[in-house]
Design a binder for this molecule. Structure first.
Ligand code: C2O
Length: 610
């Protein structure tokens, strides 16, 4: 049983048996995994600059959460930092349990300085790599870590068993305080400074200045430096490694490769894929990719490298983060072989790579693609301007869906709805743009008619939704990785130019499209996704899913389900933090189903007040 031996498996993990509770309300194999997250400020030095950053437990990147499919997870977050904050468990579906989802002002109010909140959730029907991050302003620049979900005991991976695995978190680093960087941008009404480096597991690597600073002079062997700010991974010839790669960068889609070694992609966003081989992967902020890599080259040292992909007519950030794949017994004096990455504007690579991504769609892991659609949504993505007399150009940049820039409320939307507070939001987000236009034609700059509002779309329980996200040339075209909370969706189609509602659906993949939680809309193109709105409703395949609040709330719950008309509120936004901050977001208000297990759970008693 996972609960008995997990601390041997994962050192540092606190396991609790809670046998009685476990027997009463959980399936036999489920364990309870408990974590304490102390959010605190620590001094960290990179690129020869030390600065205070917000961390979890003093670690950067933060600790990895290890769980098994079916486990219940309790993460008590105590906020010792001066910022109010919340944490999102990116990609976990949180059935009926938006209270544990984490986006500030959407499902909860932030945890104030000095306060705690326990995120209490079940990991159901998912296995693979996901991640967690702060979900307020730009705090996630340093507050992030991996979530590793192992399959149930006795259930093997549907691919060759690796000898070892490693988490690879890709990120960005600024010399200055990231919250100040963001505020500066807001004040100017323009994009703030780009990051100063990209990082692999928090380290920029030797292509950046100062990373070559020797840790200790005795490590200088044959005058070759031992790299301090460089992530290195040791491998043994002939062995296979599973890399759990996560893009935690704020604003950059990234290519990632290892010199001389191919990858076999086996999973994305905690969904198994049809395996395919590639020299490099492309990964957008918010996405995860698991690859197998074989140590089958001449024993030596090989660079791993991450660099942005950007094919939009905007300034390109070309900084490359590097780490080292080092064969056992090879001295540090050997210069690593350089990694080849696609050109930073290689749209061809991006299109082909995304085409190769398919759901495994095996009898055990079927792709349950909605074949019939109850409601069709068409959202345009664009930029706009708001007047701002104190800003640099007298205007502030906004980002929009259907020309509406989302305004963050002061009260969390889920709370507002649950407790019937009026006037916090309107559930009238339009299903399509008011006036069709040539979305990807010449840049449109005049009379954009952009509005600012807190508008959501109300969705009927268990209905099937098709959403076409259409990039536009409102100010400029750009690629946007869209993330939906509470669900995975299927990417049934994508293309360049304007979506054609007559011709394009004929080319949809309704058999084995990739299933994920974050998908990039190509620059000047469109992406069509489908999902079934079955959350808060209990998922049909999880009848033995335990009601995680039943033991404390049985009576209250009955009362609440009778008196409240409940919905789940699931955030959807561009995962480029710059664009989210400009308003490129909205939420789906998904109604409760008729069944007793198809409603939002009652809020936990320690839910942070506004
Ligand atoms: Cu990873 Cu709402 O975000």
């Amino acid at each position: 049983m996972a609960s008995r031996n997990c601390s041997n498996f994962f050192p540092g993990l606190t396991c609790s048996l809670f046998l009685l509770l476990g027997l009463l309300s959980f399936p036999a194999e489920a364990a309870i995994k408990k974590y304490q997250f102390d959010v605190q400020v620590n001094n960290v030095s990179r690129l020869c600059h030390a600065k205070p950053i917000v961390t979890v437990n003093g670690r950067f990147p933060g600790p990895t959460i290890y769980v098994r499919e079916g486990d219940r997870v309790l993460v008590n977050v105590t906020n010792h930092a001066q910022y109010n904050m919340s944490i999102h468990w990116h990609g976990l579906k949180q059935y009926r349990n938006g209270w544990a989802d984490g986006p500030a002002y959407i499902t909860q109010c932030p945890i104030k300085t000095g306060n705690s909140y326990t995120y209490d959730f079940n990991v159901t029907g998912q296995r693979g790599t996901l991640w967690w991050h702060a979900h307020i302003f730009w705090l996630r620049a340093t507050v992030y870590g991996a979530i590793v979900i192992m399959p149930k005991p006795g259930t093997p991976f549907p691919f060759p068993q690796p000898n070892r695995e490693e988490v690879i978190l890709l990120g960005e680093w600024w010399h200055t305080d990231v919250e100040e960087v963001e505020k500066q941008g807001q004040k100017m009404g323009l994009p703030p400074n780009m990051s100063d480096a990209h990082t692999i597991n928090g380290k920029p690597g030797p292509l950046f200045p100062c990373s070559e600073k020797p840790l200790n002079p005795t490590y200088i062997i044959n005058s070759a430096p031992f790299y301090l700010d460089t992530f290195a991974m040791e491998v043994e010839s002939g062995k296979t490694y599973l890399l759990r790669i996560i893009n935690a960068a704020l604003n950059d889609e990234l290519f990632f490769a290892i010199a001389g070694h191919n990858f076999t992609v086996v999973e994305v966003d905690a969904v198994y894929t049809k395996p395919f081989t590639t020299e490099a992967i492309l990964i957008a902020p918010g996405q995860t990719t698991n690859v197998l890599v074989q140590a089958n080259q001449k024993p030596g040292r090989y660079f791993m490298a991450a660099r942005p992909f950007n094919d939009a007519p905007i300034p390109v950030d070309n900084k490359t983060a590097t780490g080292i794949l080092q064969y056992k017994g090879i001295p540090n004096s050997l210069l690593p072989t350089l990694a080849q990455l696609p050109a930073s504007n290689d749209s061809e690579f991006a299109l082909n790579y995304n085409k190769k991504l398919r759901s495994l769609n095996s009898p055990k892991f079927p792709a349950d693609v909605p074949q019939k659609v109850d409601r069709k949504l068409f959202y345009t993505i664009g930029f706009g301007k708001d007047s701002c007399p104190t800003c640099v150009n007298g205007t502030r940049l906004l980002a929009t869906l259907n020309n509406i820039s989302f305004v963050m409320p002061q009260t969390a939307l889920l709370q507002a709805h649950y407790f019937n507070l009026k006037g916090v939001f309107k559930a009238d987000f339009p299903d399509k743009p008011p006036k069709p236009f040539n979305y990807t034609g010449a840049p449109l700059t005049a009379s954009l008619g952009t509005s600012r509002a807190t508008r959501l779309s109300k969705i009927a329980f268990n209905s099937t939704i098709e959403l076409v996200l259409q990039d536009t040339n409102l100010l400029t075209v750009e690629s946007h990785p869209f993330h939906l909370h509470g669900y995975n969706f299927f990417v049934v189609g994508t293309g360049i130019g304007n979506f054609d509602p007559v011709k394009d659906p004929a080319n949809y993949n309704l058999v084995d499209p990739i299933e994920r939680n974050t998908a990039a809309v190509p620059t000047g193109g469109w992406t069509a996704i489908r999902f079934r709105a079955d959350n808060p409703g209990i998922h049909p395949s999880f009848f033995n899913f335990s009601d995680l609040h039943t033991h404390t709330h049985t009576k209250k719950k009955k009362k609440l389900t009778v008196y409240f008309d409940c919905i789940g509120v699931w955030f959807m936004h561009c995962h480029l933090e710059l664009h989210t901050g400009w308003g490129l977001k909205t939420a789906f208000a998904v109604e409760d189903g008729p069944g007793p297990d198809q409603s939002v759970l009652p809020p936990p008693t320690d839910l942070p007040p506004c």
